[in-house]
Each structure stands twice: as C-alpha cells, then as structure tokens.
Design a protein around this ligand. Sequence first.
Ligand code: GLP
Length: 241
Amino acid sequence: MKVTVVDDDIFATIAATALLAGLPSGGPTLGVATGGTPMRVYAELASRSRRGEVDLSGATVVALDEYVGLDADDPRSYAAYVRTRIADPLGIPSPNVHVPQGDSADPVAAAEAFEQQIAEAAGVDVQIAGIGSNGHLAFNEPGSALDSTTRVVELSEQTRHDNARFFGGRVEDVPRRAITQGLATIGRARSILLLAAGSAKADALAAALCGPVDAAVPASVLQRHADVTVIADRAAWSRMA
Ligand code: GLP
C-alpha cells in the first residue's frame, strides 16, 4: 500500500496525477466514487482536459453505486453526478458510462445486471474510492460480507445523515436503499485509489488501514488488495500516528 499525505490545497492535483499515472493509454476503464471528496479531483481532470493536457474521451466510466428510486435525470442521482462532473467535461460518450439503474422497477434485477455488466467488461483499471465516516466503502455498510457482490442494500442512519447535505439538508429525503458494487466486486479492480479528506474520516481511515480486516469496517478489505494507493489530507491522517 502506498500512502501520500498532503496539504489540502494540493489534494486534487496530487490525486489527479496519481489517477492518470495508473491509467493505461487507449481506452482505460475508470471506476468512480461519487461523494464529496473526489469532486475537486474530477474538476481538476476537467481543467486539464479543457487545457488539452489529457484526453480521456476514449475511457469507459463505471460508477460504484446509485440510490434506489432516483432516475438518471434527478440532479441528486449519482448518474447525474457522473454525467455532469465526469463524463460530459471529459467528452466521454454516454454508451461508455455505466451506473446502476436506480429507478428500475426491479432493483434486485438491476443490481444483478450491473454485476454481470462489470464481469463481462475488460475490468476496472483504476478504482477511485472514498470512505464513509462509519468505514463504508461505496454503499457497503458495516456488516457487509467481504465477499459480497453488487446488490441492493439498506443505508445506515449515519450514511443518510452524512449525505443529507446533497439533499438540501433533509435527511428524510435521502433514499433508504441503494444499489452498490459489493466488496468483492470492487476488489477486482486492478488498482484502487483511496481518497480521504477531513477529520470526520480520521477514525474510519485508521480502522480501515490498521485494524483487523473485518466486515465491521468494510473498507478494511482494501488491506487484501495488491495495489492500493491512499491519498489523505492531514486531518484524515491524524489518527494514524
Ligand atoms: C458515499 C458514497 C461513497 C463515497 C463515500 C464518502 O456515501 N456512496 O462512494 O466514497 O460515501 O463520501 P464523501 O466523499 O462525500 O465523504
């Protein structure tokens, strides 16, 4: 595991550079997390793309998760996040963008279809991941099986509370269920770039990287992956002493 601890003002630059270094040329497959932490990294990629410094228009993008009940046009959906913050700015056409179908009438079938889609694709070259304040990875909440695959999950109260900021601060508007790639699904990515920023992540990050590999801290499964790079700011790293 490689670790870089950075000052906040260079977080996005360092993360974008690490990401690009891990992508093969041609048509790479990029796995994307859709939280607040990577937003500035995607903005940095978009800037570099506008300046003609990078060309990711041939990339395929695969999301980690989606809220059940939100359609792709809902601005709060992860499909909208991926489209507006990643695919459109980087010039990636929509057939190359994959997000679980949150508004499917049959979310269980949609989750299975997404798992199948990932299994049939060439594989994720770099998976950008974040960590929840409760140690979750994607929407694999504490208690998720380490060998889990894409499925429908119930979101914890902590996660719904943490994500209420994307729903006008109204926790009651945050969906109760999501489709998420499982921990085994995520583990099939060739490399993983874990991004953590802010003191709210400090305990979870320390538990994930230094504690036992255990379903109680889903992100701890990353200890078993052969190619993980962690980029953390000083606040997120503060419990690692
Ligand atoms: C969210 C997402 C994850 C994300 C994590 C951290 O709920 N489903 O993909 O990595 O939790 O989010 P944030 O970066 O907003 O703290």
